[in-house]
Ligand binder design. Sequence first.
Ligand SMILES: *Cc1c(COP(=O)(O)O)cnc(C)c1O
Length: 423
Amino acid sequence: MSFQNTLAYAQAQDQADPLRTFRDQFHIPQQNGQDTVYLCGNSLGLQPKAARAAVEAEMTKWAELGVEGHFTGDSPWFTYHATLAAPTARVVGAKPEEVVVMNQLTVNLHLMLVSFYRPQGPRYKILTEAGAFPSDQYALESQVKFHGFDPEDAIIEVAPRAGEHTLRTEDILRTIQENADSLALVMMGGINYYTGQVFDMAAITQAAHAAGAVCGFDLAHAAGNVVLHLHDWDVDFAVWCTYKYLNSGPGGTSGVFVHERHAQNPDLPRFAGWWGHDQSVRFQMKKGFIPMPGAEGWQLSNSQILPMAVHKASLELFDQAGMDNLRAKSEQLTAYLEFLINGLQQPKEALEVITPAEPSARGCQLSLLVHQNGRQLFDTLMANGFILDWREPNVIRVAPTPLYNTFEDVYRFGQFLAAHFQR
Ligand SMILES: *Cc1c(COP(=O)(O)O)cnc(C)c1O
């Protein structure tokens, strides 16, 4: 690729971008009356303009129909979640019956662990990544304790080698093999939130299964960011939030994948609720839980229509754009960002990209390790209209997303950094 560090080049790339019109479908946060350079879709995706009308339609339905909204109108609330299954399945590479949208991410992770972390005899350990997102760490820790084990003993963490920032796939696979006799579960992020590293989910799943363990992923940073093939990779379960790359609003709803071989198995232990019960007899209100076939059988409560309306509006954009097209643009945008950073006139001791250079091992995000005055640089960027995020102790995460970011956004960020390091 022959990138150029000029505004004219960046603007020409934007004009040639087949996805360029999608930016107009989003509200871009403003600073001093101008569009900010929003590079924070990894933390909270921007609001699709269609979201407000989608919520208002449900508010109107509620105002006009009251309880009747459950069974009448365009998308009756009784089956609202089901309308999200097909577009969700397209985002994560699943069959529609293998996914369900419900609850929030950490709740869903616990529900999945209840079903899929089933320690038996000597097989009770969980393998995960060192430095996982804290909620994942706490979920695993508390589940292990719930089963009467000591987290220190029962949780195996794979860490980067000395002097390295990311995990080597060979180290993950070897650790799985070495612990084959004691592993009950392999559970990690699909993308590490801190470094932006994409894990080789297909290879990890295969190794986990070969070791006799179950395998699941937290896809908070992967869903809507990279192309996933959960069904074909044979993943057992996965969970994700919808407010990061999926642009479905703060604290929005969450998605769950359960591979069909489990989804049809009513004997799996699970924490049940009435919304997971066989729909045809749900309102008979009788004893004896009969799960819905598929991932829907893990539902607890009736659907959260307002956040789901936002999610539905957002998923329509993903369908229009297509994950493969989004990913193609994303690789270009992130490679351009990398090109500009590599061209900065400053030593590695000042600033270093810790995200893998290999495109298949990263999504949108580059994590910049800033060794000196990182917080100051971050604050200066924010004050000048660049919206990014800061992760202690010294990382700035920069995530150009293909739906609403431009090459010009990335160029402007590069210019600002270059000026900063020349001072
Ligand atoms: C963002 C994120 C979460 C957040 O969990 P919530 O239940 O949505 O608050 C959890 N895990 C990972 C890996 C994340 O990136």
